[in-house]
Write a protein that binds this ligand. Structure first.
Ligand SMILES: NC(=O)c1ccc[n+]([C@@H]2O[C@H](COP(=O)([O-])OP(=O)(O)OC[C@H]3O[C@@H](n4cnc5c(N)ncnc54)[C@H](O)[C@@H]3O)[C@@H](O)[C@H]2O)c1
Length: 258
């Protein structure tokens, strides 16, 4: 693009407002920090875990960025609607919320299925659906959903039936919203992480043989740090990725390469 902007200018998020779900831990937390470091002016931090939102709010405040914590369920239409009506326009939506669900198909209960579809897939629909109208009005918006390579590969190191189905749904939802909102200047993408060093890895690390097998499946031979996933999310949320939409980008150390 010949608009004279440098790559650094394009990754700068000065004046942008962002809402991050699953902000209190892991990938969502790392993403919130990088968004603030890149100059975002206001971060709305959504998470079920009210206790962990406090320290994050202080951290973001210390970077000179306004932080608004919201201890709500990202899949709760009424709660998200109330939040959206009180926070003003949002430029960037990052959906990183989600529960942990590992039951195999033959023992999976309907309750775990529903809770998993709700926390991973319904939350992406609810937040995007409620924030899109103001993005459409302003002809500007960036939505990044965090899915998983489990959705592309029939499950992963931890995620089994409900998780993989929900994440495949997130990839599909990403593409359809990307197509429908593209005429309004809104880009929608997904990041599909592989093994990432959050609390989710604790059960895998607990068994050295299981952990060895996990790492042996990763061409780069190691797990990701949350900041490595967050870097891809923030790139997709920035103008540096201005020609990318409808992409479901693996950030997985090479696990799912074709
Ligand atoms: N860690 C990995 O290896 C890995 C791999 C692939 C994909 N992912 C995906 O990345 C995302 C972040 O994972 P993580 O490892 O950082 O997990 P994490 O458990 O460390 O953090 C997830 C956060 O989401 C919050 N949350 C859960 N359900 C919520 C809801 N309904 N509403 C609001 N907040 C909710 C939790 O309270 C928690 O703070 C998830 O969608 C996960 O499926 C993780």
């Amino acid at each position: 693009m010949s608009d004279g902007m440098t790559f650094t200018t394009r990754t700068n998020l000065s004046g942008r407002t962002a809402l991050v779900t699953g902000a209190a831990a892991g990938i969502g937390r790392a993403t919130s920090t990088i968004l603030a470091e890149q100059g975002a002016s206001h971060l709305v931090l959504v998470d079920l875990d009210a206790e962990q939102l406090g320290p994050l709010q202080h951290e973001i405040d210390a970077l000179g960025v306004k932080a608004t914590p919201a201890a709500i369920d990202a899949a709760d239409w009424g709660a998200v609607q109330t939040l959206v009506s009180s926070i003003g326009a949002i430029d960037i939506l990052v959906n990183a919320a989600g529960n942990i669900a590992s039951s195999p198909f033959e023992t999976l209960e309907l309750s775990e299925w529903q809770a998993t579809i709700d926390s991973h897939l319904k939350s992406c629909f609810v937040t995007a659906r409620l924030l899109a109208p103001s993005m459409v009005k302003r002809e500007y918006g960036r939505i990044v959903n965090v899915a998983s390579i489990a959705g592309k590969r029939g499950g992963g190191f931890l995620g089994k039936t409900a998780y993989a189905a929900a994440k495949a749904g997130v990839d599909g939802l990403t593409k359809v919203i990307a197509r429908e909102l593209a005429p309004h200047g809104i880009r929608v993408n997904a990041v599909d992480p592989g093994l990432t060093d959050t609390r989710r890895l604790i059960p895998l690390r607990a068994d050295p043989e299981v952990w060895r097998r996990c790492l042996s499946a990763v061409p780069l031979g190691r797990e990701a740090q949350p900041s490595e996933i967050a870097g891809a999310i923030v790139w997709l949320a920035s103008d540096a990725s201005s020609y990318v939409t409808g992409e479901t980008m693996n950030v997985d150390g090479g696990v799912a390469m074709e």
